[in-house]
Design a protein around this ligand. Structure first.
Ligand SMILES: Cc1ncc(COP(=O)(O)O)c(C=O)c1O
Length: 411
């Protein structure tokens, strides 16, 4: 893991992107909501010169803040914090995780290109690939990324991008990032990893050979369930190209207020992830021992089919897990009424514990674009239906008691 400074990780994360000025300046970084910025005379002098080269301006390399869709001091601070979190050269932030994912896909793919996409991935990415990218003439090939022979066969020369997620939402399947990135590189393709479930506390996809990392900042980075955001992390050169293409032209930018909330949340990311992981172990072990629970899927448990890979690839096992019972639909109806600490809700990675139920037969419906093959993968990890659990920061014993009370009502 590359370290850009002699200071510790938490120190760098907290101070990244902040001014460090010694004057009578605010200790907490301010929110800058301005949509436009007064141009410094030196910049006006520079760009009115006929020889002025606009390249640096349009790729974000120039330090002039002109207009908030291009950049803004609060956005710039968050980008430096996100890059510090991944110990990477650069990051670009967007208005949501989906805006970050689609920014990379639209930036890198053109008609006639091939995208190799994990058979199970965040559902809106799946829908975007099939409904939007395929409509633009991109060939979309789905593959089970745990089957490296299948990945080799799918990533034929001429493939532009390989897009994977680890752990995969919602089935908690892992992908061997180093192995897939090596196959992609050998074929001249770039690898994109959605690392939202893992966070940089667990996994550094760039160190494992990936070219692009996606995060939904809405989740663990923000950590408090009160802001939407997304990030792309990559080399400075890749981010410069993406910046011009996506931020300026597509415009899916983050609001300064949400950027500020996410930056504030990120200061405690390492501390929070330690508690998320410890409590997830407690909840996972409780569920595994419960007579009405038929299966628990948590990378930290030896019962996870890829536990060895998890130990190699995840330094923090995260707070996400799934479990199954015989009649999930009935337990879902009980939980929606009975839970007192957990909230029955989608999303993840925040201080409040969240869970919801996904019936396996419904993910086969056409809008979700899962192939027959993907459905088999879904069922292998998710059975007839699964509860996706985001273990929050409450006391783990209270979480177990809350789950026990609902499970006790299941016949
Ligand atoms: C793995 C993963 N990637 C991307 C996204 C999209 O993020 P957002 O909701 O911030 O657009 C999500 C949202 O749940 C997700 O779980």
């Amino acid at each position: 893991m590359a370290s850009s400074s002699s200071k510790g990780y938490r120190t760098r994360l907290i101070h990244a992107g902040e001014s460090g000025e010694k004057g009578n300046v605010p200790s907490a970084p301010p929110i800058v909501p301005s949509a436009t910025f007064v141009m410094p005379p030196a910049h006006v002098d520079a760009y009115t010169d006929p020889s002025y080269d606009w390249t640096n301006h349009l790729t974000g390399a120039e330090e002039v803040t002109e207009y908030a869709r291009h950049t803004n001091p609060t956005i710039r601070m968050l980008e430096q914090k996100v890059a510090a979190a991944e110990e990477a050269e650069a990051a670009a932030v967007f208005g949501s995780g989906m805006a970050a994912a689609t920014a990379v896909l639209l930036h890198r793919l053109r008609a006639g290109d091939r995208l190799v996409l994990a058979d199970v991935c965040y559902v809106s990415v799946s829908e975007f690939a099939h409904d939007t990218l395929a409509g633009l003439g991109v060939e979309v090939v789905r593959v089970d990324p745990t089957d490296l022979d299948a990945v080799r066969a799918a990533v034929r020369p001429g493939t532009t991008l390989v897009y994977i997620e680890s752990p995969t939402n919602p089935i908690m399947r892992l992908t061997d990032i180093a192995a897939v990135a090596e196959i992609a590189r050998a074929a001249g393709a770039e690898t994109v990893v959605d690392s939202t479930f893992a966070t940089p506390l667990a996994t550094r996809p760039l160190d494992l050979g990936a070219d692009w990392v996606i995060h939904s900042l809405t989740k663990y980075f923000s950590g408090h369930g009160d802001a939407l955001g997304g990030a792309v992390v990559a080399s400075a050169e890749r981010i410069r190209g993406l910046w011009q293409d996506s931020r300026i032209r597509q415009g899916g930018v983050l609001s300064p207020f949400d950027a500020w909330l996410i930056a504030r949340g990120m200061d405690t990311l390492p501390i929070r992830m330690a508690v998320h992981e410890a409590s997830a172990f407690t909840v996972a072990r409780f569920l595994e021992a419960h007579p009405k629970v038929t299966r628990v899927m948590y990378p930290g448990l030896p019962s996870h089919p890829q536990h060895e890979l998890a130990r190699r690839q995840m330094r923090n096992m995260s707070g996400m897990l799934t479990f199954q019972v015989e009649d999930g639909a009935q337990l879902a109806r009980i939980m929606a009424r009975q839970l007192r600490v957990f909230q029955f809700a989608v999303s993840l990675g925040q201080q409040r514990s969240l869970l919801f139920y996904i019936p396996a037969e419904q993910v086969g419906q056409p809008p979700f674009h899962l192939s027959e093959h993907a459905l088999r993968g879904y069922q292998a990890f998710g059975g007839k239906g699964l509860f996706r659990v985001s273990v929050g920061l409450e006391d783990a014993e209270d979480l177990c008691d809350d789950l026990a009370a609902s499970l006790a009502m299941l016949p």
